[in-house]
Design a protein around this ligand. Structure first.
Ligand SMILES: [Zn+2]
Length: 276
């Protein structure tokens, strides 16, 4: 984004005061995270969303759902995702915002930014509105019994290694607090809403994620994250009119290499999904 408004947004997003929990140095493994009894994750910036309610009485918390989101699609780092989840998105500010707002109030428990920064909008004990019409294991309405994590990204671009590291760390904290969420009960949005949702998409490296969950040191993301090649390209993750694939490619090509990523001798350079 190049206009003055976008610059202001970027400054806001980078402000350490606004996101005090952003990792200062991705080359250093931070301490383990924990979730308090109310469901707030230590180490995440808290921005309470009005888009939540109580879970049904007796509903277990036994599913974790992985998503991706960017708004507008393919643009990273602005405050539009925050505004969407906090119910203050101005539908007049951008055609995509109007479409997103028209879809009704949504939220997530956690968002992981491209730089690994964690933001929590809804405490895990409460029901966030992230899954929509969905089912898992024969049970409908996955919002009732799931926790949602959004990765800032698209279906067509690799996620950053620091995002995998942050995802693994907060997942371990979630599994610790909610042991009914087993490894088999971690799903993508596309798994619980097939035909309707495609995220986290073919660029999400499930194998790496599961390896990191088993790994003692989350820094393994930095060592292996670049090896992933996206699978088959998918459509845009949101049920919104998509930017063209060439737009997404252009946005990704303009992106700089994330800080702290090692060069891997003998490995291909970071690139887009093979078929993009
Ligand atoms: Zn989703």
């Amino acid at each position: 984004m190049a206009n003055g408004h976008a610059t202001q947004i970027d400054e806001w997003d980078r402000s350490p005061d606004m996101n005090p929990h952003r990792p200062a140095d991705p080359s250093i493994d931070p301490p383990a995270m924990a979730i308090d009894p109310a469901g707030w994750l230590a180490g995440a910036a808290r921005r309470p969303s009005p888009h939540c309610d109580d879970r049904p009485d007796g509903a277990p918390i036994d599913l974790l759902v992985i998503h991706n989101i960017s708004l507008p699609p393919g643009e990273f780092g602005g405050r539009a995702i925050d505004d969407l989840f906090l119910g203050r998105l101005d539908p007049a500010a951008h055609p995509w915002f109007a479409i997103a707002a028209a879809a009704g109030p949504v939220s997530t428990h956690l968002l992981i930014r491209r730089d690994g920064g964690l933001i929590q909008y809804v405490p895990c004990r409460r029901r966030a509105w992230h899954a929509g019409r969905s089912s898992f294991g024969g049970r409908a309405r996955c919002n009732d019994f799931s926790i949602g994590i959004e990765l800032e990204g698209t279906d067509t671009e690799p996620f950053a290694p620091v995002q995998y590291a942050a995802l693994a760390r907060c997942t371990r904290a979630i599994l610790e607090r909610y042991p009914a969420i087993t490894a088999e009960r971690i799903a993508g949005h596309s798994d619980i809403a097939p035909g309707r949702k495609t995220d986290p998409g073919p660029c999400f490296d499930w194998q790496l994620y599961r390896e990191l969950l088993r790994a003692e040191h989350p820094g393994a993301a930095r060592r292996s994250g670049l090896d992933h090649r996206c699978g088959r390209p998918g459509p845009e993750s949101m049920a919104l009119p998509g930017k063209s694939r060439s737009d997404a490619v252009g946005a990704a090509s303009a992106a700089t290499r994330p800080r702290g990523l090692p060069e891997r001798r003998g490995s291909p350079p970071l690139r887009l999904c093979a078929s993009a």
